[in-house]
Design a protein around this ligand. Structure first.
Ligand code: GP9
Ligand code: MN
Length: 428
């Protein structure tokens, strides 16, 4: 009920972090293009296989001076995988401890998501995805998020040779999307969801332009190949954006949604990363995924702050000039100077620059050594971090399970009415 919302607000108020004022509004009025890099882990950045860069286009973006790149950015998804990442990125709320929040609560819940906020401020909002519209309940949840347009597979020409795994191959998806991008009134907020770099990492011969790795683990070895293909697709999209001049007035946000290699492949991962051993601690560290924010003129560089998907919305909103801190968002501006760098994992694990908790065991993040015989002070520190993790997750769960945002009425926001949106029709 409404008083539950009060306790959530009290907690968020207490843990408020002031956004970085020197970045406030630097992207005001720009188009926003969110590019979802399916199953893309941070280790692929600058990774070489047989002397060849696996993702040269993304590497280039990563190192450009007008890209803000993050190298301690973690995925925080649970069983909802892609959908959890989407939910976190656009709402700054955690997924649930089991199942997918977008599937279970996406149809009926009230949200105050990025597309709704921007849509009420003159933005055109759209999602493009070369897969089935009903997957993860997107066709309903996107309405609650306030997306005006959703172009799933039915908007694209589909042929047997175009499609692999969960949808259109990324290059085909991007190239067919152009005609829709061109019809979006600007400024737009557009999310494009790729899919080819998804388990089981299959690719037709014609598109294989780097060899598979040779760990012998068949689940793992195709990963660099589909990642390479995704990277080429990004390269093609980037050259379109450059050629048309669209790049100049667009803030591009690229992120990896979650791991590609699950925690059941320690041996193969040790081989890929050229490490002697690989344990659950290492697996947690490999939950790092890319986050890059690129915009001509942006003061970029590689930022080492520890953060995760929950923090993207506050970061982007500050860049766009919305710096209201009285929001029901669990993340904090990644550029804020006084952030508490506690990265929550959905299973209760966490990472900070100093400590990592993995299935009940504490490690030092820098060395990977177990914390042995902690002093009273360290014990208290660890207990307090663990507590905060549990509190944050349970408060976020309350927001979703209790549909608490229906009680929250900030002056700057009109409630979304899903009936206003119809994804059957095409843009006129
Ligand atoms: C399908 C795609 C896959 O549309 O987003 O979702 P995932 O299996 O990665 O959660
Ligand atoms: Mn995914």
């Amino acid at each position: 009920n409404a008083s539950d919302l009060k306790s959530v607000q009290a907690y968020l108020q207490k843990h408020q972090v002031t956004p970085n004022a020197s970045y406030t509004g630097v992207a005001k009025g720009k188009n926003v293009l969110i590019i979802h890099l399916e199953s893309f882990q941070q280790f692929l950045i600058d990774y070489k296989w047989k002397g060849k860069e696996v993702t040269p286009n993304l590497n280039k973006l990563y190192h450009q001076s007008d890209t803000l790149s993050f190298d301690n950015f973690f995925n925080q998804v649970g069983q909802g995988k892609t959908s959890d990442a989407e939910l976190m990125l656009e709402n700054s709320l955690y997924g649930l401890s089991s199942g997918s929040a977008m599937s279970s609560y996406g149809t009926a819940n009230t949200f105050e998501a990025a597309p709704a906020i921007l849509g009420q401020d003159g933005y055109t909002t759209a999602v493009m995805h070369g897969g089935e519209g009903s997957f993860w309940n997107r066709n309903n949840a996107y309405k609650q998020f306030g997306y005006q347009y959703f172009m799933p597979l039915s908007y694209y020409v589909n042929k047997k040779s175009y499609y692999i795994g969960y949808g259109l191959k990324d290059k085909i998806f991007f190239s067919q999307s152009i005609k829709y991008i061109e019809r979006l009134p600007q400024p737009f907020y557009l999310k494009m969801i790729t899919v080819t770099n998804h388990y089981p990492y299959e690719l037709d011969k014609k598109n294989q332009s780097i060899s598979k790795t040779d760990t012998g683990d068949s689940t793992v070895d195709g990963y660099v190949q589909t990642a390479h293909y995704l990277d080429q697709a990004i390269g093609e999209l980037m050259s379109y954006l450059k050629k048309t001049g669209l790049e100049k007035n667009t803030m591009i946000v690229l992120y990896g949604d979650h791991y590609g290699i699950s925690g059941n492949h320690h041996k193969a991962m040790a081989q890929l990363l050229d490490k002697k051993g690989y344990n659950d601690f290492d697996n947690l560290q490999q939950q790092r995924v890319p986050l890059m924010i690129h915009m001509p003129g942006l003061k970029g560089g590689i930022n080492h702050t520890y953060g995760g998907e929950i923090d993207v919305l506050p970061t982007i909103m500050n860049l766009l000039g919305y710096n209201d801190t009285n929001t029901i968002q669990f993340g904090h501006d990644l550029l804020a100077t006084n952030r508490e760098q506690l990265v929550v994992q959905r299973n209760g694990d966490f990472v900070t620059p100093k400590y990592s908790k993995v299935t009940g065991t504490y490690y030092y993040t820098k060395t990977g050594k177990k914390v042995k015989n902690p002093s009273k002070k360290v014990k208290e520190e660890l207990a307090s971090l663990s507590n905060q993790v549990t509190t944050q997750l349970s408060l976020s769960d309350r927001v979703i399970r209790g549909n608490l945002l229906r009680f929250y009425h900030p002056s700057w926001f009109k409630p979304v009415n899903a009936k206003d949106y119809n994804y059957q029709k095409k843009i006129a």
